[in-house]
Write a protein that binds this ligand. Structure first.
Ligand code: PGA
Length: 248
């Protein structure tokens, strides 16, 4: 039985002091032993948020990471910096990073490998544009993202990773994918993992849905057989996140 994983993606929101305030507000609301609860926060918020989350069920994640160990990469954050600060998860290949910062599937693959090497669990994002959905190439596109993203990742490593299916047209738009659409693609991603590895790996890997998840639609989405939780943007910054975490 896969444990649900519900992660907030704060994006470029919350100064360090606002971040601590938000954690203190959400702390009592997100208690749920049945799910892994992760707050993925801006790099500068990681240290104060980790401190504020001590003694709670909240685990801290980063929103990005570079694939080199250290050196002349101005502005980047290394895997050791994250682990030393207490980070357990890292969002990789979010569509906003692919779109605005030109991250490719090959870049995402390097980051996935590097995170795994350091014991950080990647939350690897994939998802189609509205145009791709209308052209009927959704699954082809996502299979490519997953296949390249998992190159040279072993089956044992793959079992521990998280994939977030986020249709780009549903992100921040209030337009959630239907439960059927979300389940169909998550099932397709699991089938793709079974093809790359085997059924056992596919059965263990956790696949989230993301894209306008809110307190009203979480229960139905998370009840689907291939949806193991959510990656939540806007609603993770509000008290609503407590309702999403306690969706049952
Ligand atoms: P949203 O963002 O919940 O605001 O649509 C999801 C995401 O980008 O991870």
């Amino acid at each position: 039985m896969r444990k649900k994983i519900i992660a907030g993606n704060w994006k470029m929101n919350m100064t360090p002091s606002q971040a601590v305030e938000l954690v203190n507000t959400l702390k009592p609301l997100v208690a749920n032993e049945e799910a892994d609860v992760v707050f993925c926060v801006p790099a500068i918020d990681i240290v104060p948020v980790t401190e504020a989350c001590k003694g709670t069920n909240i685990q801290v994640g980063a929103e990005n990471m570079y694939f080199e160990e250290s050196g002349a990469y101005t502005g980047e954050v290394s895997p050791d910096m994250l682990t030393d600060a207490g980070v357990k998860y890292v969002v990789l290949g979010h569509s906003e990073r692919r779109e605005y910062f030109y991250e490719t599937n090959a870049d995402v693959n390097k980051k996935v490998l590097k995170a795994l090497e350091h014991g950080i669990t990647p939350i690897m994002c994939c998802g189609e544009t509205l145009e791709q959905r209308e052209q009927g190439v959704t699954m082809d596109f996502i299979r490519q993202q997953v296949k390249v993203g998992f190159q040279n990742v072993t089956a044992d490593q793959a079992k521990t990773t998280v994939i977030a299916y986020e249709p780009i047209w549903a992100i921040g738009t209030g337009k959630t994918a239907t439960t059927e659409q979300a389940e169909e693609v998550c099932r397709g991603i699991r089938a793709c993992i079974a093809e790359i590895y085997d059924d056992a790996t596919a059965a263990e890997i956790r696949i989230q849905y993301g894209g306008s998840v809110n307190a009203g639609n979480a229960a139905e989405l998370f009840a689907q057989p291939d949806i193991d939780g959510g990656l939540v943007g806007g609603a993770s910054l509000k008290a609503d996140f407590g309702k999403i975490v306690n969706y049952k």
